[in-house]
Ligand binder design. Sequence first.
Ligand SMILES: Cc1cc2nc3c(=O)[nH]c(=O)nc-3n(C[C@H](O)[C@H](O)[C@H](O)COP(=O)(O)O)c2cc1C
Ligand SMILES: O=C(O)C(=O)c1ccccc1
Length: 330
Amino acid sequence: MYYDYFAGGAGDEVTLRANEASLARLALVPRILRGSARRELGVTLLGTRASMPVLVAPTAFHRIAAPDGERATVRAVAAADTIMIVSMASTVAVEDIAAEAPGAKLWFQLYIQPDRGFTEAIIRRAEAAGCTALVITVDSPALGRRERDDRNDFHELPDGMRCENLRIGDAPGDVRQITMSPEISWDHIAWLREITDLPIVLKGVLHREDARLAAEAGVAGLLVSNHGGRQLDTVPATIDVLPEIVDAAGGLPVLMDGGIRRGTDVLKALALGASAVALGRPVVWGLAAEGEQGVKGVLERIRDEVDHALVQCGCASVRDLDRSFVRCHP
Ligand SMILES: Cc1cc2nc3c(=O)[nH]c(=O)nc-3n(C[C@H](O)[C@H](O)[C@H](O)COP(=O)(O)O)c2cc1C
Ligand SMILES: O=C(O)C(=O)c1ccccc1
């Protein structure tokens, strides 16, 4: 049941498969004879430095995957010196995640709740915990239809686990449910800009017109995402819309997630204009297999693969990549 929750997607899982399949269809075209002894993998995103262009995407319910849950994840992410986008639906409170790894670089993912006062209270907690950006998930006006979860009847957390960021009191029952509301609109983004100074990233942009509107609305960045194929099935693979979103975003930094499994996938996304990518399921698999060590293993393996793929492409820096390094197989 829990494996299916982590692995699964919406509907027939067409989009879930397409994310990996579309990346696999692209070819990398290396350059030659550009000698350089070392590579620079680091990037600065909205003022936060990351040691590599690979972030940890927000995923819910880490205590289902490993006993320490998000505490193990954040220790591994801090050791790798990259950014963890803490899920609003984490099973450890954002304050406790921050306390577990002082100096960890945290962004906070938010589903805007219809109750603005409650939403604001959560933002204040994220700010106080030291999160340096807000990632607003905008692809969920309703929860995706995940048929694996329906078949398994997985609709609530095991005893003793809760969404700790939605707590409103000290008793076990004092935790609200996340509402995915179809009423959220651009007005809410304008309101968020008034109540917080944190840079705002919109997560779940797939339409180029929305990329243009987002730039107009004064957000700091975009995350091209289809929620790992878990929201509306048959939406495009993220790598296939990335270039047009980059073109429409008016120079805003554009991140991407969905189907990134190898260093070569990271290079393809960067070549097509992403400033960085994020990993969802691979982090959960590392966590489930070996806790903190497992997440470290996933992050160090992909770092090594990015470095190796850069060498092979004749690049000294992630900034050397451009669209000429990628072509579609005939
Ligand atoms: C088990 C699971 C839980 C997720 N929970 C959240 C969440 O709480 N908030 C959110 O914005 N996205 C969530 N996502 C989506 C991820 O942030 C990300 O978009 C996606 O997993 C990337 O694709 P990948 O798993 O192929 O790397 C979740 C994804 C998975 C697989
Ligand atoms: O599972 C998810 O993809 C997700 O985003 C989520 C987050 C909180 C509650 C339910 C689903």
